[in-house]
Design a protein around this ligand. Structure first.
Ligand code: 0O2
Length: 236
């Protein structure tokens, strides 16, 4: 996904809608060069993490004759989303505070075939000695009330620049195809603001039902895969 660096528009939008002071936004904007540098570093961190998962996928495919990763989607948080979160979380608007307090400026989403693949990949990824785990949120074992499921890892990985090494935070979300299908649709619907409150209750209920159905689908597909493996072993 593309980084939205339309800072002018974003600042205007934020200033009109949120009580950040104009002074703090102007100061932030003056640091345009620093913002570009910061975003470019997060972009490098995304590349590092993507490569790690691609390498694991390659190794798995040699070992087990199948790819555990269906796809990888990465995104840099847009400047307006950063400013919105800074405002919502009451974070000081400085480069240092933003880097220290926002964990998801760089995001990598790894879409897997099966639930077990998620935990295997997470284990091998976290075992690497240059990956430091900061936080783990297991929304698969404990789904959110609305039905959202995914494994979230907040990690720090080093990037090597011309004259320095920097540790950068990345949010990794690991999900199955079914979890991703549900989350992507739910995300789209959630951002449709014109939904009336009565419909919203009904829709939330239906979405929760769909989340439960998608969980059952994941379990059944995993069970079928295990049966196929078991049966193939008997043939050997
Ligand atoms: P986007 O556009 O995907 O980046 P944090 O604010 O990150 O410190 P938070 O918000 O509790 O703490 O983090 P959490 O719950 O781990 O969620 C972060 C991200 O997970 C979200 O990022 C979504 O990508 C995803 N997510 C979490 N809950 C839901 C949900 O109920 N539905 C869907 N579709 N996605 C969810 P952003 O910044 O909201 O959005």
């Amino acid at each position: 996904m593309e980084n939205n660096l339309n800072l002018e528009q974003a600042s205007k939008h934020i200033a009109e809608n949120l009580p950040l002071t104009q002074e703090s936004i102007d100061k932030f904007r003056e640091n345009r060069q620093q913002i570009d540098t910061m975003m470019s570093r997060y972009k490098c961190a995304i590349m590092e993490v993507e490569t790690k998962f691609k390498v694991l996928n390659e190794q798995f495919s040699l070992q087990y004759d199948r790819n555990p990763i269906e796809s990888i989607k990465s995104r840099l948080k847009s400047i307006d989303s950063i400013l919105e979160k800074v405002q919502r979380k009451n974070i000081r608007l400085s480069m240092e505070a933003v880097e220290a307090n926002l964990n998801d400026i760089a995001g990598v989403r790894v879409i897997c075939s099966f639930r077990n693949d998620i935990y295997d990949l997470a284990k091998y990824f976290l075992n690497q000695d240059d990956v430091r785990l900061i936080e783990i949120k297991d929304y698969i074992k404990r789904p959110k009330d609305g039905g959202y499921r995914s494994l979230h890892l907040i990690v720090e990985v080093p990037i090597f620049l011309q004259n320095e090494k920097r540790n950068m935070k990345v949010e990794v979300q690991l999900r199955t195809i079914a979890m991703d299908f549900w989350a992507s649709l739910e995300h789209k619907l959630r951002y449709k603001k014109e939904i009336n409150p009565d419909d919203a209750i009904e829709l939330a209920k239906d979405l929760k039902e769909c989340a439960d159905t998608s969980m059952l689908l994941d379990l059944r597909m995993e069970e079928i895969k295990n049966r196929i493996n078991h049966s193939a072993k008997k043939e050997d």
